[in-house]
Design a protein around this ligand. Structure first.
Ligand code: ATP
Ligand code: MG
Length: 408
């Protein structure tokens, strides 16, 4: 999104608005990121033009957010959000403003959340317009509320998690009164929808500062509300050891070993229940549960990696998140075991991981077995033998089945 195309288009939009007599700047996150020397994800435009006036100036627009002063202007293979300078009024339930009024640039800066997010930029004069002291805070690496933090977090509780998210993504510190206000109001985070909370939480877990982010969320009392099950100090220690970042790895690491007395099976189930409660995608729920359960299984067995069956290794490789499995295992197991696991798995050819079964239910019917639970067990046993490479041909598989039927 935030490539050159969008950058150029966002500049053209500013030009067009100015020629028509309006004020227009780049605004918010893109200004912050440019000043940090990071390529912005998105370029947003803020202007004195009202939504209908914006609409009339451009050929293709989407008016989906026009009620809140936002028009999407469509360009060649890109699009830019153009927002009218505004003030947000009458926050409802600490979530969203019920009403906005159009206003000027300065008020538009003042309605934003943190000073580093409250700047404008003039792409023609190459000039930053800063009503909120954002440049200084950016230099000092500080996240500071615009205006009284108690009030700003009472208006919109999600800002508490956003503060932590920005702090840990950028390696910034929270300004004292901003941190104190979060600590005072942490309880209110429960009024925010679980989807929006989970979104911020995942961003924290994917950021390089994830360990510090979780520790901060714990210290300020937010984590206790969102995930009362998690001991943030242990989780932060594990996260600090996690060598890569992805949503499933971060989540599994956060939710790992919730209760040391739990059996492997239950540990996975518990992680799963929590991931479900956060309304994450089915895929992410399954991956998270699989990771916690598999690693917990390895640790609970005090697994001698050399003794692990080929079939079990292949099932680990087939899980789709093997890289994450190694990362997570690494946070809880000795280095030597991790090296062994990596080495053994490296020796397995990709096509050997989940081969087509040598024998299927039809074959078993032909061999005189009736369908039912016993057939299921038999199929599982012969496939296990195949994965263990004890059975390599169809003839061997049949022999295995006959033997299995005789002995069980
Ligand atoms: P990112 O790079 O993660 O997208 P961003 O700063 O662009 O960060 P957005 O959520 O895209 O964050 O919001 C764009 C801008 O809108 C912010 O920079 C900030 O000025 C303002 N903003 C966003 N959410 C809020 C909020 N909850 N309260 C006040 N201002 C907000
Ligand atoms: Mg953004």
């Amino acid at each position: 999104m935030g490539g050159h195309k969008q950058r150029d288009f966002a500049k053209q939009i500013v030009r067009r608005l100015r020629i028509a007599g309006y004020q227009a700047f780049w605004a918010g996150g893109c200004v912050r990121d440019m000043l940090r020397g990071v390529r912005p994800k998105d370029y947003d435009v803020a202007t004195s033009a009202k939504p209908m006036e914006v609409k009339n100036l451009f050929r293709r627009t989407l008016m989906v957010g026009a009620k809140f002063g936002v028009v999407i202007v469509l360009g060649p293979g890109t699009q830019v959000e153009v927002a009218t300078f505004r003030r947000d009024l009458a926050y409802k339930d600490g979530r969203r403003p019920e009403r906005i009024i159009y206003s000027d640039a300065e008020h538009d800066a003042l309605r934003r959340d943190f000073t580093i997010n409250g700047m404008f930029y003039d792409p023609f004069e190459d000039k930053v317009i800063d009503y909120v002291g954002g440049e200084v805070d950016l230099r000092r690496k500080v996240i500071r509320s615009i205006g009284p933090p108690q009030h700003r977090f009472a208006e919109d509780h999600l800002r508490m998690l956003r503060a932590i998210r920005f702090a840990c993504s950028f390696g910034f510190a929270l300004e004292d009164s901003t941190a104190r206000a979060i600590s005072d109001q942490a309880q209110k985070i429960k009024r925010i929808s679980v989807e929006r909370i989970a979104d911020e939480l995942l961003t924290i877990l994917k950021s390089p500062g994830r360990a510090g982010g979780i520790r901060l969320a714990g210290e300020l009392g937010l984590l206790k509300v969102i995930l009362p099950e998690v001991d943030y100090s242990c989780a932060a220690q594990r996260l600090a050891q996690l060598s890569g970042a992805s949503a499933p790895a971060g989540l599994a690491c956060l939710l790992y070993g919730l209760d040391q007395t739990y059996q492997p099976k239950q540990s996975g189930d518990r992680a799963k229940a929590i991931a479900r409660r956060l309304k994450l995608s089915n895929e992410l729920v399954d991956q998270t549960a699989w990771l916690t359960e598999t690693v917990r299984g390895l640790v609970a067995d005090q697994a001698d990696i050399e003794q692990i069956s080929l079939a079990r290794l292949k099932r680990m490789l087939a899980g789709g998140v093997f890289r994450e499995l190694l990362w997570l295992y690494n946070t809880v197991a000795p280095d030597r075991a991790c090296r062994q696991l990596r080495q053994r798995c490296r020796q397995i050819a990709p096509e050997a991981i989940s081969p087509a079964p040598l024998i299927n239910g039809k074959d078993l019917l032909v061999m005189g077995l009736r369908s039912g639970p016993r057939m299921g067990k038999c199929l599982a046993a012969v496939y296990e033998a195949q994965l263990n490479e004890l059975v390599k041909t169809k003839a061997q598989a049949r022999k295995f089945v006959r033997h299995w039927l005789d002995s069980t």
